[in-house]
Write a protein that binds this ligand. Structure first.
Ligand SMILES: CC(C)(COP(=O)(O)OP(=O)(O)OC[C@H]1O[C@@H](n2cnc3c(N)ncnc32)[C@H](O)[C@@H]1OP(=O)(O)O)[C@@H](O)C(=O)NCCC(=O)NCCS
Length: 149
């Protein structure tokens, strides 16, 4: 499995993974928007045949702060480390770009994702009421990055 930067030709496959993985409805154009905003923050995990099986998208809030917008792994490819590999790769990119803070929002009921992020060091800082389109709450998770040299 390799992790590489997203390219526009991935759009259909990645959009399929997003639609089948996430509760919220997104337009496919969001992928181009996020890519134009920060190409380095759009990562695709591919299996050994080159087929995309996971995606992480982040945006730059400011010079020190990145926000994970989308993270999804193909349903039948979860729990074998692909999400961790995507996140670890992204963490490295954030650090190499001088960032020290990553944040994101997740549904508190999405225990699989909440546990995933906790395992990667995120801590919950606040609850955002009526955050999602269906009125559901979100919890904001934050991670402070440290360069271990
Ligand atoms: C959250 C998500 C991205 C995690 O991706 P993933 O590829 O399954 O993540 P990992 O495999 O790295 O880790 C998940 C689990 O697999 C386990 N795992 C990791 N590598 C493993 C390996 N080599 N062998 C066995 N188990 C392993 C981890 O311990 C972890 O266990 P847990 O969930 O019981 O705590 C994925 O579940 C997903 O796409 N969910 C739907 C979309 C979603 O909710 N996104 C987040 C919204 S903000």
């Amino acid at each position: 499995m390799i992790v590489r930067e997203y390219c526009p030709g991935d759009s259909d496959r990645i959009y399929g993974i997003i639609c089948s993985s996430l509760d919220e409805t997104y337009k496919q154009e969001l992928l181009s928007y996020l890519y134009l905003q920060w190409p380095k923050g759009q990562l695709v995990a591919c299996d050994f045949s080159g087929r995309p099986v996971g995606f992480l998208s982040a945006s730059r809030i400011d010079a020190a702060h990145a926000r994970i917008m989308l993270l999804a792994v193909d349903g039948d490819r979860r729990s074998v480390g692909i999400g961790s590999k995507l996140f670890t790769h992204f963490r490295h990119i954030a650090l190499m770009n001088g960032m020290n803070h990553i944040s994101l929002e997740v549904r508190p009921s999405n225990m699989r994702a909440v546990n995933f992020y906790r395992r990667h060091g995120f801590v919950a800082t606040e609850v955002l009421r009526n955050y999602y389109n269906d009125g559901g709450d979100a919890v904001r998770l934050n991670l402070t990055l440290q360069l271990n040299i």
